[in-house]
Design a protein around this ligand. Structure first.
Ligand code: ATP
Ligand code: AH0
Length: 392
């Protein structure tokens, strides 16, 4: 197994770097396809996404079925409270919480396999992302709760986890990590093309042949979700109805857009909570106007992504839960002035791209292939990563 040691003087030793590059677990000549399950709970914490992909870890990719399973209510609430307290999310040991998060993921994978009839013997690997609770690449720190060894042991399937750690330890942003999967999927599409993920945080992948540029764009649904929860007790603004019924406070949007993040060259990444403190200005607005203003902030932060790509793509494909927000989609079409479609328009499943990506990346990890590039996370060179735990 690849060996790691911690590079940071941190009590949790969360950032790891690969030290002795041993032989990859699979050789390039073994490149037949294998089935890998990917599992992730994103920053919205709306559930655990599980999917499967049949892949050689390179150009061959066949996505399979996907399912989302909710966190138990008390666990979701505990996680939501934790991410609002950055000091705790960074420094507390959180052993009980990490065990609960791991168990919820194991239960989700079990149910996925039962419901889809996929047997453990068919699955070569699990790519286990875990739950991001704190992300600070500038101090070389990223934290995803979840214990890969427990997943491997409980399910009897080799499991790769700690995908982002080697990247962050080497000075990379540690996110986004889905872009190489986007590249594999988009190889037959007209380029340049932009893939936009509207999750809790937004991120884009610009693909033009060998050029892959990726970065986080700004808030996607996180600010709006938290606002409508506070104001209306709703977990999100269904179809963007509330935002569509309000008036945008353009002055506030331009204040939000003065944040130096938007001019910072790519690659760059965000913690879910990064814009919360500075978005407090919406508290003085009505529910409708506040929602309209926060939604517009998301839209303008996506438009600002064009500052950091070489050519304006003629087509945007949108993935993540935000593609269901009709108001986001309408405003993006108006502002970008080109085709903006959900990824389903090219046959991809926008609910499971991230889960599939971590299955794909798990296979790449065992092949010793890069998971991130200088142009996707700012690593000094294409960077392998992930930590493999054998089932037995
Ligand atoms: N019908 C809908 N109308 C409006 N918004 C929706 C709808 N369905 C989902 N969403 C939004 O999508 C969000 C979830 O998106 P998604 O599952 O892609 O996020 P995530 O994967 O947790 O986040 P990230 O990609 O940042 O890790 C919800 O929190 C909600 O704001
Ligand atoms: C640190 C972390 O978990 N970041 C997430 C988050 O959610 C969206 C955006 O911010 C992206 O950078 C990343 O998610 C996907 C899975 C990624 O790594 O591509």
């Amino acid at each position: 197994m690849v060996q790691y040691h911690t590079t940071l003087d941190h009590p949790l030793g969360c950032a790891m770097v690969k030290t002795n590059q041993t032989k990859p677990e699979m050789q390039m000549s073994d490149r037949s396809t294998v089935k890998a399950i990917g599992v992730i709970s994103g920053t919205s914490m709306d559930g655990i996404d599980v999917s499967i992909v049949d892949t050689d870890g390179d150009t061959l990719v066949k996505p399979g079925l996907g399912r989302t399973f909710s966190y138990p209510d008390n666990l979701r609430r505990t996680l939501q409270a934790l991410i609002a307290e950055p000091a705790q999310a960074q420094s507390e040991p959180l052993e009980d919480l990490e065990r609960d998060v791991t168990e919820a993921h194991i239960a989700a994978i079990r149910r996925f396999m039962e419901e889809t009839g996929i047997g453990a013997a068919e699955v070569k690997l699990i790519g286990f992302h875990g739950q991001t609770v704190y992300h600070r690449p500038e101090i070389r720190f990223t934290r995803q709760l979840g214990l890969g060894d427990k997943v491997a042991e409980a399910l009897g399937i080799d499991t790769v986890y700690r995908f982002r750690h080697a990247d962050v330890a080497s000075g990379g942003e540690g996110a986004p990590f889905v872009p190489l999967y986007h590249r594999a999927l988009a190889s037959n599409l007209q380029q340049p093309i932009m893939i936009l993920n509207l999750g809790g945080v937004g991120n884009v992948t610009y693909i033009d042949g060998d050029v892959v540029i990726a970065f986080d764009t700004g808030p996607a649904s996180a600010l709006l979700d938290d606002f409508v929860l506070r104001r209306r007790g709703m977990s999100y603004d269904e179809n963007g109805q509330l935002a569509a019924s309000g008036r945008i406070d353009q002055k506030l949007v331009s204040v939000f857009m003065q944040n130096p993040f938007f001019d910072r060259p790519a690659p760059k990444s965000l913690d879910r909570q990064d814009f919360h403190a500075r978005a407090k200005g919406v508290e003085a607005l009505s529910d409708e106007d506040g929602a309209a203003t926060l939604a517009e902030f998301t839209v303008q932060s996506v438009v600002a992504a064009l500052r950091h790509v070489p050519r304006a793509p003629q087509r945007w494909l949108v993935t993540g839960g935000g593609r269901r927000n009709a108001h986001f989609m309408k405003r993006l079409r108006e502002e970008l002035g080109v085709a903006v479609d959900p990824v389903e328009s090219v046959g991809w499943d926008g609910d499971f791209l991230e889960a599939q990506a971590f299955g794909y990346l798990a296979v790449r990890s065992t092949l010793g292939l890069p998971l991130s590039l200088p142009t996707t996370t700012g690593v000094p060179h294409p960077m392998p990563g992930g930590e493999l735990h054998r089932a037995a």
